[in-house]
Design a protein around this ligand. Structure first.
Ligand code: ATP
Ligand code: MG
Length: 383
């Protein structure tokens, strides 16, 4: 028998071609997430098995598998032969020493000589005889020994279903560009879209020297924390310093943020189109700050044609914070560093500026030249 990690995916919606596409994407992503750890990945109808790994690193493997989207649940168990003696030996290895238990059997192999009930009864009896401190309780057992009899003369034996990250394998929904700040919201937005199968490349705007190296380091750390989920291992940065200075010098102060955001969207779209990314993703949430009103979003959307996904639009800040804590980005997000949005922040930002007024003010700037200059500052960091 061999120690394995059994990986299950939700099979609903998986039909025809779609199914093998999904399965292959999941396998690719599992391989990526297990990079650097010795292992083999085997297919077993409706499951993937991680095998041939260093048992001392089981926990580390589980932790990584637990972050791969598309994994519905997983279990650490034993792969053994499907004869009762083999199943019994494996059950002894995974079953607890004492307490109450029951056996639950599932047969993928329908021609197996025993029914599921018979396997459970036989195995339960043997376990009881072997472990005097075990007791059967079929209604509320403290432990369950699961047996999964497979087609090819093998069986899987395990005790726990661990919850996977859910969602769909990253890449199965195409590619987008996450506008990532150093704040709490955008990393969560990236996580949520990756969960729906989107590959999210990362773009960060800085205003060096108004924002410092620390601010950049913070975003790099956030991107690294996200990468087990998003599987994206690079981050691009663009300077918007010259744009902020131009806006500050030329336009109505109350529109500083609104105008900057329009530039961010334009630059992001240029960047996305050059890399064949099909949408933009932001961490905006309706009404959260002055620029996140319908008018604010309309003003930013007006300068791009790519769809802008805002997965947090209906979330309360508390909900976003809870999610940030869950995925482990919160502590980094709250470190105190300047973001480019806070540089030149006007005392009274316009909350519901009219588009015509915004466009009028913007005419005072050479928009294409400013965007072009920004594109010349793109840097890409390998995480
Ligand atoms: P966050 O917590 O993500 O920083 P926020 O509540 O601070 O969001 P804003 O500063 O208005 O809100 O930013 C709204 C969204 O715009 C962010 O979620 C992010 O997607 C994008 N954004 C803001 N600043 C930057 C930046 N410096 N670089 C890249 N994207 C940014
Ligand atoms: Mg912010």
């Amino acid at each position: 028998m061999e120690k394995v990690i059994i990986i299950r995916y939700a099979e609903i919606h998986l039909k025809g071609k779609n199914r093998s596409y999904f399965e292959r994407a999941l396998a690719t992503n599992l391989e990526k997430s297990l990079k650097g750890l010795r292992h083999e990945l085997h297919r077993m109808s409706g499951r993937w098995l991680v095998a041939a790994f260093d048992e001392a690193r089981t926990e580390e493997i589980c932790e990584r598998v637990g972050k791969v989207f598309g994994v519905h649940s997983y279990s650490v168990g034993l792969l053994t032969g499907s004869g009762m003696d083999d199943i019994f030996r494996a059950a002894l290895a995974v079953a607890p020493e004492e307490g109450t238990f029951k056996v639950e059997t599932h047969r993928a192999y329908k021609n197996y000589p025993l029914t599921s009930m018979e396997v459970s009864a036989e195995l339960g009896g043997r376990l009881l005889a072997a472990r005097k401190k075990l007791k059967v309780d079929v209604h509320t057992p403290q432990n369950v020994v699961y047996v999964d009899v497979r087609e090819n003369g093998s069986a899987l034996v395990f005790c726990k279903f661990l919850r996977g990250a859910g969602g769909m394998p990253v890449s199965t929904s195409g590619k987008g560009l996450l506008l990532i700040s150093g704040g709490i919201d955008s990393p969560v937005a990236g996580y949520m879209m990756a969960k729906r199968g989107l590959t999210v490349e990362l773009l960060h705007f800085h205003s060096y020297p108004y924002t410092n190296e620390g601010a950049k380091e913070k975003v790099v750390t956030l991107a690294k924390l996200l990468s087990p989920y998003t599987q994206v291992t690079r981050l691009s940065t663009v300077s918007v310093t010259h744009i902020q200075e131009a806006i500050h010098k030329t336009c109505a102060a109350e529109l500083n943020v609104t105008l900057l955001r329009r530039f961010m969207f334009r630059i992001a779209e240029r960047f996305a189109l050059e890399r064949e990314l099909k949408c933009l993703v932001t961490g905006e949430s309706l009404g959260q700050v002055a620029s996140q009103t319908i008018e604010g979003m309309t003003s930013s959307n007006a300068v791009v044609t790519l769809p802008v996904l805002r997965p947090l639009v209906g979330f309360d800040k508390e909900e976003i914070i809870d999610r940030a804590k869950e995925i482990g980005t919160f502590e980094t997000s709250i470190l105190p560093y300047e973001d480019c949005c806070t540089v030149f922040l006007p005392e009274f930002p316009a909350i519901k500026p009219k588009l015509s007024y915004i466009e009028e003010e913007e005419k005072k700037l050479d928009v294409p030249a400013l965007v072009e200059e920004a594109m010349g500052t793109v840097e890409t960091i390998d995480l």
